[in-house]
Design a binder for this molecule. Structure first.
Ligand SMILES: [Fe+2]
Ligand SMILES: [Fe+2]
Length: 251
């Protein structure tokens, strides 16, 4: 069985609070008695996209498990590229593929420089089509912005727009296992083009649902993550977890 730990929206901003929350999650995953196939971090790494925030991210997003990271709307491609990939600053999308014996992870850049909504541009869609066509192993497609409405007005406005080309690809390749996103700071599960679409909760804060209040985000929400389990029959199960301060008791 494949098990992915899904972390999102750490929003490192130089404060002790953001660093502590991120550290709590990463150390928790390290201490568990399981080798995860991946720790996936779906964007909004640096709250302001500053180089020093990425330096901190590079130190905190370490793990004994493979760590896969994509940018979000708060990230700045040039600084992200330098810090995470050791590349010269360049404005294009940061798309990465991670291949294991059991699965393929297509990690896409859904950010639009200078904007908070998202899009997969032509370069990314062409790249993703190539990744999907290259193997019949299960593919997990990950990026930051949900490609559907979640019925939370604030986040629906700045979701991934013009998702039709992505929907065509997802519907056209039966080996797509799931689409995994962040951005909403809310644990949510729905479908996209007939496949599971799972949204990771935020580490930095939680978003308020329309019937819970008339403000947007609650920084009091505890850091939470998702575990995605993909079994040998090709069925996906997701468990959402508040990250405990210590290991589960009674072991
Ligand atoms: Fe975020
Ligand atoms: Fe975001």
């Amino acid at each position: 069985m494949i098990v992915i730990a899904h972390v999102s929206d750490i929003h490192l901003d130089g404060t002790v609070r953001a660093a502590e929350r991120t550290n709590l999650v990463m150390r928790y995953l390290d201490r568990l008695d399981h080798d995860f196939d991946a720790v996936l971090v779906t964007g909004d790494i640096a709250d302001h996209g500053r180089p020093e925030e990425y330096e901190e991210a590079r130190k905190l997003l370490t793990s004994r498990h493979p760590v896969l990271v994509c940018p979000g709307n708060h990230d700045v491609r040039e600084h992200y590229r330098q810090a995470f990939l050791g590349q010269e600053p360049a404005p294009g999308p940061i798309n990465q593929v991670h291949t294991t014996d059991r699965a393929i992870y297509a990690i896409c850049d859904s950010s639009i420089p200078g904007r908070h909504d998202g899009h997969l541009d032509e370069e990314t869609i062409t790249w993703l089509a190539g990744v999907l066509a290259a193997s019949d192993r299960p593919v997990f497609i990950a990026f930051h912005h949900p490609p559907v409405t979640l019925h939370i007005p604030f986040i629906d406005e700045i979701r991934l727009h013009r998702a039709e080309p992505l929907a065509e690809l997802v519907a056209g390749y039966p080996n797509v296992a799931a689409v995994l996103v962040g951005h909403a700071h809310a644990a949510a599960a729905t479908t996209f083009a007939g496949k599971p679409l799972l949204v990771a909760p935020g580490i930095a804060s939680g978003l308020i649902l329309p019937w819970e209040g008339d403000y947007v985000a609650d920084p009091g929400f505890p850091p939470s993550i998702a575990f995605h389990l993909y079994d040998d029959e090709g069925r996906l199960t997701t468990h959402y977890r508040v990250v405990p301060r210590g290991l589960p008791q009674g072991r």
